[in-house]
Design a protein around this ligand. Sequence first.
Ligand code: COA
Length: 259
Amino acid sequence: MAENILVENDGSVQLITINRPDKLNALNKQTIQEIGDAVRTADASKEVTAIIITGSGEKAFVAGADISEFANFSGVEGGVLSQQGQNTLFNVVEKCQTPVIAAVNGFALGGGLELAMSCHIRIASDNAKMGLPEVTLGVIPGYGGTQRLAQLAGKGKAMELIMTAAMIDANEAHRIGLVNQVTTQEELLETAKKMAHKISRNSSVAISKAIQAINDGYRDGVDGFESEIKHFGDCFETADFKEGTTAFLEKRKPNFPGN
Ligand code: COA
């Protein structure tokens, strides 16, 4: 039974709420494990077509990794923390075959921004504040932040934001490509759900192949164009493709079987 997250369904959309509001939803080891498990379970479920991750309360999405947990770590322990976190949660989210949307409802700092960046899409409320302040603690981002911020906002911006430890607001995050959309606080979850339901109307098989092809372009030693060719070809063998093309030719809406 998860203690630090809430999981609920809105139709086929699963909402995972990180629920440690008194610690601004900081990611301790247990919370990382619980979110990772919930994402894996949702990804394995045929019923779930999209996942939304958000934070409880009005103040924070996630204010970072739980500093109290690693303050006395050795170098070896620090490396293990980073590796385990990436394996247990951040890479799981990025590689999830089901679309994952971060609904960034407040502070997304350090590991919080890294979690949002590992999601496929980010929607932020206008009170959200984002940054990677790790260098103020004498450490660097360890949950993929040095890589994913550069991928999303460019190398120069990543250098600047990580070196200055600056906190930017939602509109600036939108301007630099870090978030896809900005809404009011009141509309955040509805906007995320609307997008999730819109995605859910499309072929889940094609969506999972698109996620893999896009991710492959950022993997060392993997040619994203070759990956696209393979996944494109594979789509032609699916029932979803048959249904999608047949529905188009019959001038009706498709009813994708999801395989
Ligand atoms: N790890 C552990 N605890 C955290 C935390 C974190 N990353 N961020 C916030 N908290 C805890 C605080 O210790 C405090 O707990 P307490 O009430 O038991 O003392 C509680 O959450 C509320 O935080 P507080 O600092 O009082 O709120 P604030 O509104 O004054 O400030 C922040 C908000 C986000 C600016 C501030 O909490 C902060 O700077 N957090 C750390 C951000 C960070 O460096 N993250 C990267 C970690 S690698």
